[in-house]
Design a protein around this ligand. Structure first.
Ligand SMILES: Cc1cc2nc3c(=O)[nH]c(=O)nc-3n(C[C@H](O)[C@H](O)[C@H](O)COP(=O)(O)OP(=O)(O)OC[C@H]3O[C@@H](n4cnc5c(N)ncnc54)[C@H](O)[C@@H]3O)c2cc1C
Length: 409
């Protein structure tokens, strides 16, 4: 049986940044990083953006680190291997290749997987979800074959996929039960601007519609909506959200909140002091957002949390304190979202929503700033806005006193 000081489970951005965190404190401890996907750790944001707008980009383009990173950092990298179970008493993990590995500190950074709506026909060929490199490869084939592609769900992944596919002048049908893209977190004027962008770029849209069934003889050939309308398609992508990969934590008896991740403390430690969790799968007490417990599904959050978990696994004992940061790119528009829009509603806006240059401010019940969503075609201009939002969310500044000059920096 091999033995490591640190075993990192999951080949995503959280684990990779845990390596960096560990090495800042412990330059010599042995590290094993185990990821079940066949690729070295890669970043997901490019999958729905440049990997689809430019179909010729190589599969190494989104890799989180250059290949020599793992060797340079003294990391044993196992790709294509799954951690099947944890024996917390023996402090070992069982791997899918038959090996048993001992750990002193263990990180669970197992992320999430895309879910599908359980409608009839969702097992037909040409129907997929979108989360992984393999999903991206499958969708590239459909784009190359110039198929009519239906996108079900207009959250941030669905909207990015639609925009990227439209760049190839392929036919895109959007099906969304909300009234506009990003309906879960964006204001109606942000949504109507985005709707307009999809119209301009040639999408066929069915907002306020849900999917009833998929039809086809082996391969999908049409979709039927709840209105009864039937539309011919050659490919279907579900962008309807994710479920957390918390089964390892559950089966080993760690504390888990149903559907909301592995419970960690402010140091990102689980209910077992030798085991930490980070990234999408970690349910943490957010000191910056009123100590609310939640799990984020954001790239930078997973990066920051992984880094902090790594430092704490190596003994730093620091609390995790960051204002959430999410971004998205659609056509030539860039968006950033700071804070937590679920805690408030949009009460003030600056700029010109009609042309996609604006900031929406979200206030909680007490009227204090809890989130801000900014859009612009000028990406660098969002940096100053992001800093201003971060500052005023930290201060819980009343939105009523915030002026344009204080935010549009
Ligand atoms: C297409 C797409 C675009 C995105 N774009 C943005 C964006 O623009 N901005 C933004 O902020 N966020 C974006 N996100 C979200 C962001 O990518 C995630 O929040 C981030 O990937 C979470 O990182 P993670 O390390 O926690 O988990 P993941 O990236 O999910 O990685 C976890 C890995 O662990 C593996 N694993 C699970 N269980 C085991 C096991 N038992 N043994 C071994 N391995 C296991 C999984 O297969 C997976 O490879 C995007 C996500 C997607 C899918």
């Amino acid at each position: 049986m091999s033995q490591f000081n640190y075993v990192l489970v999951g080949g995503g951005v959280a684990s990779v940044n845990a390596v960096i965190g560990i090495r800042e404190i412990d330059p010599a401890g042995s590290i094993l990083l185990v990821g079940e996907e066949a690729y070295p750790p890669y970043d997901r944001p490019p999958l729905s953006k440049k990997m689809l707008t430019n179909l010729d980009l190589g599969l190494d383009e989104p890799e989180s680190k250059f290949p020599n990173f793992y060797e340079d950092q003294g990391v044993t990298l196992m790709s294509g291997v799954r951690v099947e179970s944890i024996d917390r008493d023996a402090k070992t993990v069982q791997l899918s290749n038959g090996e048993t590995v001992g750990y002193e500190k263990l990180l669970l950074a197992t992320g999430s997987h895309a879910v599908q709506v359980g409608v009839e026909g969702s097992d037909l060929q040409g129907v997929q979800t979108f989360r992984t490199m393999d999903d991206m490869i499958q969708l590239r084939e459909a784009i190359r074959a110039k198929k009519t592609i239906a996108l079900v769900g207009m959250g941030y992944v669905g909207a990015e996929l639609a925009a990227s596919i439209l760049a190839h002048h392929s036919k895109v049908i959007i099906v969304e039960q909300g009234a506009h893209p990003w309906a879960r977190f964006a204001s109606s004027h942000a949504g109507s601007y985005l709707r307009g962008q999809f119209v301009t770029n040639g999408a066929e849209m069915r907002f306020n519609h849900s999917l009833l069934t998929l039809k086809g003889d082996g391969h999908v050939s049409s979709i039927v909506l709840s209105s009864g309308e039937e539309l011919k398609v050659g490919h279907v992508v579900f962008g309807v959200g994710v479920a957390l990969n918390d089964e390892l934590a559950r089966s080993s008896g760690l504390e888990v909140e149903n559907g909301n991740g592995i419970i960690v403390d402010a140091h990102l430690r689980t209910s077992d002091p030798a085991i930490f969790a980070a990234g999408d799968v970690a349910n943490f007490p957010d000191a910056m957002m009123g100590a609310r417990r939640w799990h984020a599904e954001h790239h930078l959050h997973a990066k920051w949390e992984g880094h902090q978990a790594g430092r704490n696994m190596a003994g730093a004992g620091e609390t995790f304190e960051r204002i959430p940061y999410f971004w998205s790119d659609l056509f030539d528009d860039h968006m950033i979202l700071r804070g937590d829009p679920d805690r408030g509603t949009v009460v003030k806006s600056f700029g010109t929503p009609d042309v996609g240059e604006f900031v929406d401010l979200y206030a909680d019940a007490a009227g204090n700033l809890v989130a801000g969503l900014a859009m612009s075609k000028n990406e660098p201009s969002l940096d100053g806005i992001s800093d201003a939002l971060e500052e005023h969310i930290k201060l819980a500044t009343p939105v009523a006193v915030l002026t344009k000059e204080m935010i549009l920096k």
